[in-house]
Design a binder for this molecule. Sequence first.
Ligand SMILES: *Cc1c(COP(=O)(O)O)cnc(C)c1O
Length: 390
Amino acid sequence: MNKTIYMDNAATTATRPEVLEAMLPYFGQTFGNPSSIHGVGREARKAVEAARKQVADSIGAEAREVFFTAGGSESDNWAIRCACAAMAKKGKHIITSAIEHHAVLHTCQAMEKEGYRVTYLPVDEDGLVSVKDVEAAIADDTVLITIMTANNEIGTIQPIAEIGEVAKARGVLFHTDAVQAIGAIPVNVNDLKVDMLSMSGHKFHGPKGVGVLYIRKGVRISNLIHGGAQERGFRAGTENLPAIVGIGKAIELAVAELPEYAQRMTALRDRLIDGLTAAIPDIRLNGHRTKRLPANVNISIRYLEGESILMRLDLAGIEASSGSACTSGSLDPSHVLLAIGLPHEIAHGSLRLSLGMDNTPEEVETVISELPKIVKNLRAMSPLTPEHLR
Ligand SMILES: *Cc1c(COP(=O)(O)O)cnc(C)c1O
């Protein structure tokens, strides 16, 4: 069988060989517990602290502001739950957007059950949050603003630095889910003026099950897991040593290669958008045309179901997604596509092609020639298709 064309890098990426190689010794001879006093323990501790520095240097932070977690979802949960808990005296109001990842949205919904008031800001038709709306939503009891850096479905990049400016001026904590942004666009915690930032190793060619929460020094947050003194007592549990080494290596490589990568992905992305738009009638691009992740393409193909397109693509050896990986398998249309104003029937026919470092121009051309054939074929069978498109 031929190698498949993998265009689902927003769901997860392949761990790159240099990262795997860096991790391997820590499954083997350097297996020590970083809390141990003896030699192999000290080796392990050194590796954890080296990875912490790699992460810190990559985002303009200090090593002591970097906390390892078990992934993006955990970082989001920690930031929201525990920053609010530490601020309980000030109030119980959270500001977020309607298009956040479920790791943020569902945590906010859980907070509502605990008596918090949550403002879910709307977005415009490109998926942009308005800075004015953020400012207008701030009240005396607002304790946290959490707005994602870039959207995982439609790729829209938010005005994080401007929101950060507002948050700072009003003395409100600001968290951003930067899971999709790391390795794709420049991310510097000081330029973005964020107090907390989440990332996830497997979204930038690192291992799964490891993430980071950046917490600016001076920010008060309660601890996530009680137990030992790991992560300065905030997140107990023996460190996932190989994965921590892996995320450190992966972010170092991603940031070093960022300019070249972004340029290459942008060219592939734009060719894909232009090629598909020219070859398929009645499709629309979702998300902002330019304030957009370099590797994200999201289109709605009218009169069709995203799932049936995905299955045909899979048969043709092309792996994509119809929304976020967590929502596929459910019949509800994506909350992100509904929030940008798409009617249900158009939201249902959407397709996300998320590129990655291994994709080639030839693969993009294959998709540009295969997808229109699949669409034509499916439209011929769909009762919704108007006569002139059959
Ligand atoms: C993937 C993703 C997450 C969750 O990260 P995990 O490491 O899989 O828990 C959170 N937010 C965004 C925007 C994501 O794309």
